[in-house]
Design a binder for this molecule. Structure first.
Ligand code: NI
Length: 238
């Protein structure tokens, strides 16, 4: 991301003195870019057969972010963070006697729509920089959860072959979000944008172990995903 920021700054400096029109009440600002969800995972223990314990870890993913905002005052906007679906791999990391043993546990897709109220300290003023901060509400819906064959294989090994399948289910999450961002205007309508959000996403995971399609055991555990979300892209004001 540093290289992209450097490029943005270089282009802006090269563009000379830009005195773009102010952001004002009634404006729309449509932002789009590469949006990365980087989970800061904190998982409860996953109790496996034979007294073994693991915890979950969730990988990051980058998708196309589509982020419209409406200025309902010269200094105030409301924004929706939307994106194409994120897909995250989930790893099971051994604890205690199996510490250091990690395996692919599965994957999930999710959509994390977030509605935020934003404050623009330089709203209503002409200038090249339009920083903003905001707070909002996130709803995350998980779907297409999958269990990896590596986890099914481990469960089979630990149950002498009884378990030969598994399902994963993740509960939806409501949580608060905080954000900061900056538009660097290159003319009256176009700007470069960088934005960051911290989103509180907590879910409960349920793994159902199956023997020939019949439920053999269930294990439930809480997972705090609490990602940092980054967007690097462009903005268009109209
Ligand atoms: Ni949390």
């Amino acid at each position: 991301m540093n290289r992209i920021l450097t490029t943005v700054v270089a282009v802006v400096v090269a563009s000379g003195s830009v005195m773009a029109q102010a952001y004002e009440k009634g404006d729309w600002v449509l932002r789009a870019g590469a949006t990365t969800v980087d989970p800061q995972t904190d998982s409860d223990d996953i109790n496996l057969p034979g007294g073994l314990v693991a915890e979950a870890d969730v990988d990051s993913d980058t998708q196309l972010g589509i982020i419209p905002a409406y200025m309902f005052g010269d200094n105030w906007g409301v924004e929706v963070l939307a994106a194409t679906p994120f897909k995250h791999d989930i790893e099971a990391r051994g604890k205690g006697s199996i510490k250091g043993t990690n395996l692919d546990a599965g994957s999930t897709k999710h959509l994390p729509p977030t509605v935020s109220v934003q404050w623009y300290p330089l709203g209503g003023q002409s200038g090249r920089w339009q920083p903003y901060v905001g707070v909002g509400l996130n709803y995350t819906v998980f779907f297409d959860e999958d269990v990896d064959n590596e986890l099914v294989g481990l469960l089979g090994d630990l149950t002498s072959g009884t378990v030969n399948g598994a399902d994963l289910k993740l509960d939806d999450s409501w949580g608060l979000a905080a954000q900061a961002g900056l538009d660097v205007l290159i003319n009256d309508n176009w700007a470069f944008n960088v934005g960051v959000w911290y989103i509180d996403i907590d879910t409960t995971a349920e793994i159902t172990a199956k023997a020939d399609g019949v439920t053999a055991a269930k294990v439930k555990f809480d997972v705090d995903i609490d990602p940092w979300v980054y967007n690097v892209g462009i903005a268009y004001k109209f």
